[in-house]
Design a protein around this ligand. Structure first.
Ligand code: GLA
Length: 724
């Protein structure tokens, strides 16, 4: 709900429990009065007037003590006495970089418009949008902040539009999607950081005066940093305390920063990374920023996660599969790597079918001359010699075994050693006169080009039309270097990073419109592009190339902060683990993989009868509770020894599934009890496999007794059925 209070020049944006209040000053500057839990008073315009003045800062508009640098802004400009980091910066044709955008008007309407060319949230019953228009009198250009309130989801989103109404070109040097100013610096900063193989670990630090934050210059959101930041009260934990967070619906270069100024105020921003970015806006043109999601919770990190999970499932993920149960799959990558033929595939599929697997995914190596990672990307023609005939027939044979068929593709890439490269050497990202760098022996197609986009759409469309493929793994295995596009004029070269992402989104959008029933899983060397932009198109994402159950705990915990568990693909793989050599039991590997969207990546042809039987039981168990595993609420549970244990639970109206993992077994220690969360206090919960029944409050206040680990990497699981 959005309320305009004309007399106080205040706009109050409400969701069921939260509030964002904006004030319009007599000067036309627009301030952020409040962001947090809903409060009863609707008049907050006194706040900015009560800020005590600091020394040395300049006055504005020659008004004594009108010090912009002390005010909390909603979208600060460059060129006035607020010398903190602006939310945007433009260069005009005469070389000026000064902007003075002040309130012009606003509109409030029910619903929300799509953002052209970009993924965005939509479809909620109670949804209203504020369009706040700011104008620069000298140039007549306008900026519009579009802020939507998803009432029942307790979520705000924001994107920005820039209108060039002048007669000159406008260069956008920097344009954030969102800016929030707070009048304190008593916060910790939380980010999800890491690298290939150890993506999205939770990092938490106290903030300090100065500039801090994260970004990506990799052409993708990246393994190193997820496009998310949160400021939390120092006392905030999983279950209580304030969290102010932002997540970006974008898959390219981003920046998420926090600046603490000289007077202990904090500015928090999220947007396209201004590094190597510029956008040239001709007269009459509009630029749209990607959308940012703003989540406030006063129920700690678990509270925040609940809001993101439900919102993404119901209002972001567009796939027909988003809210459908996902198949248990087997992927042949770690089972065979490039070394397979028809016989291996069919034997693997047969074994998979016997233990209850539902989908067979043929990974890298099925096309062109690809028997290693040094050729054929771009030549998406089945290698019939290797497949023992046509792809169509192979799929028929797999289908006969009772399995659906999925295929791996890495559409954005091209091998130097490929027919496509021979035909179109100009299609790659490159700077004329320089030899572009290869990574994993591959170059990147210039997705900003229409001809490249059309080639990919046509190629994938015909693969899908000609073959009974129900699933695609859309991979992307290197970052972008040598940023240059042959077709762009020099003034537009810095647009390439963003144009690449717009091209990628266009291809995905077009293919999904043609093949709405294909389930696409995205991947970028594991979780190198695990972001809400990709989630809009692909309702599941390969979480990490690291399949070790113990290493995965930290990554999956980080991903679970924001993304619904059903979007997080997790596979049981072989031991010794291929990345770290660790030995873990099948039980532990299964329990950890069941935290997300469950599958296998293991050579069943090498597995013992005993292991296969155990996997069969594991799959039966997962299928029995699949809905709870995939769509139940996911809570991270507090454990006694945080360094050594992880626990989580899945919960819906009927079932509660609790999982707990020890890293190391320790001699002569006595396990403490594990307390559950969010149960109905007076309801009874029966522990499956026993006759024992517990009350909800009992499980929450006293908890369940943990096993004493008999070996390292010991995991346990409990299922409760709610009786009344
Ligand atoms: C990437 C993916 C893997 C696998 C290989 C194939 O590394 O993350 O899962 O598909 O590519 O080359």
């Amino acid at each position: 709900m959005i309320q305009y209070q004309e007399e106080q020049q205040q706009l109050n944006l409400y969701t069921e429990n939260n509030q964002l209040s904006i004030g319009i000053l007599p000067s036309g500057h627009v301030v952020l009065l409040y962001f947090g839990k809903k409060i009863t008073s609707d008049s907050l315009s006194y706040i900015t007037g009560e800020i005590k003045r600091a020394s040395y800062l300049a006055d504005t508009d020659s008004i004594k003590d009108f010090k912009l640098e002390q005010l909390p802004f909603i979208y600060p400009a460059y060129g006035n006495p607020d010398l903190r980091t602006p939310a945007f910066q433009f260069t005009y044709e005469n070389g000026s970089r000064i902007s003075d955008y002040r309130y012009k008007t606003h509109r409030i309407y029910d619903g929300k418009k799509k953002i052209p060319g970009l993924p965005s949230t939509n479809t909620a019953t109670k949804l209203s949008t504020l369009e706040l228009v700011l104008k620069d009198e000298i140039t007549s250009n306008e900026i519009m902040l579009s802020i939507s309130c998803f009432d029942e989801y307790d979520i705000f989103t924001q994107h920005v539009e820039v209108f060039n109404y002048s007669k000159e070109k406008l260069k956008i040097n920097q344009i954030m999607s969102v800016n929030l100013d707070f009048l304190t610096d008593k916060f910790d900063l939380i980010t999800l950081s890491g690298a290939w193989g150890r993506e999205s670990h939770i990092h938490r630090n106290k903030i300090r005066q100065g500039y801090q934050g994260i970004d990506s210059k990799r052409g993708a959101s990246g393994h190193g940093q997820n496009p998310f930041i949160a400021l939390v009260d120092p006392s905030t934990n999983e279950n209580s305390g304030n969290v102010y967070s932002m997540n970006f619906i974008y898959s390219g270069n981003f920046i998420a920063n926090v600046e603490v100024d000289m007077h202990q105020n904090t500015r928090m921003q999220l947007g396209i990374n201004p590094f190597d970015f510029e956008w040239c806006l001709s007269p009459g043109e509009v630029f749209y920023t990607p959308e940012a999601v703003l989540v406030f919770s006063n129920e700690g990190l678990n509270g925040m996660s609940q809001l993101y999970h439900r919102f993404y499932l119901e209002c972001l993920m567009q796939s027909n599969h988003a809210r459908k149960e996902r198949p248990v799959l087997i992927n042949n990558w770690e089972a065979t790597y490039f070394d397979f033929n028809k016989e291996t595939i069919l034997s693997l599929a047969k074994e998979a079918s016997e233990i209850g697997i539902e989908l067979f995914v043929l990974d890298d190596g099925w096309f062109g001359e690809r028997n290693g990672d040094n050729s054929s990307l771009g030549d998406w023609v089945p290698n019939e010699k290797k497949l023992g005939g046509s792809l169509k027939n192979l799929i028929k044979d797999v289908n006969k075994l009772g399995l659906d068929f999925g295929l791996w593709l890495e559409p954005e890439m091209i091998s130097r050693n490929s027919n496509l490269f021979k035909e179109h050497p100009d299609w790659i990202i490159q700077v004329p006169g320089r030899v572009p760098q290869q990574v994993r022996n591959q170059l990147v197609l210039d997705l900003s080009r229409k001809d490249v986009q059309n080639f990919l759409i046509e190629t994938i469309d015909s693969l899908l039309k000609e073959n009974n493929i129900t699933y695609l793994k859309w991979d992307m295995n290197r970052n972008l270097t040598d940023m240059g596009s042959i077709l762009l004029e020099s003034d537009y070269q810095k647009e390439l990073g963003h144009r690449y992402i717009l091209g990628l989104y266009f291809i995905l959008e077009t293919l999904l419109a043609k093949h709405p029933d294909v389930l696409i899983e995205s991947c970028a060397g594991g979780g190198g592009r695990f972001d809400p932009g990709m989630l809009y198109y692909t309702p599941q994402i390969w979480t990490s190339d690291n399949t070790d159950a113990i290493e995965r705990l930290a990554t999956q915990e980080g991903i679970s902060l924001l993304y619904p568990p059903v979007s997080m693909s997790c596979h049981v793989s072989a031991v010794p683990n291929h990345q770290v050599g660790r030995m873990t039991t099948l039980n532990t590997r299964g329990i950890v993989a069941q935290q997300g969207n469950f599958g296998y990546e293991i050579n069943l042809l090498d597995a013992t009868m005993e292991d296969k039987l155990q996997m069969k039981l594991q799959i039966e168990f997962y299928k029995k509770y699949r809905n709870t595993f995939q769509f139940g609420q996911h809570y991270r549970l507090n454990v006694y020894d945080e360094q050594n244990e992880k626990a989580w639970m899945k919960l819906d109206a009927k079932k509660v599934i609790v999982s707990h993992v020890y890293r190391l077994a320790k001699v002569n220690t006595v396990p403490k009890r594990l307390k559950l969360q969010n149960l109905e206090e007076t309801a009874s919960y029966r522990l499956e496999g026993t006759k024992r029944t517990f009350k909800g409050d009992e499980l929450m206040e006293i908890g369940i007794a943990l096993d004493k680990p008999t070996h390292d990497f010991y995991a346990s699981q409990w299922v409760f059925t709610r009786e009344k």
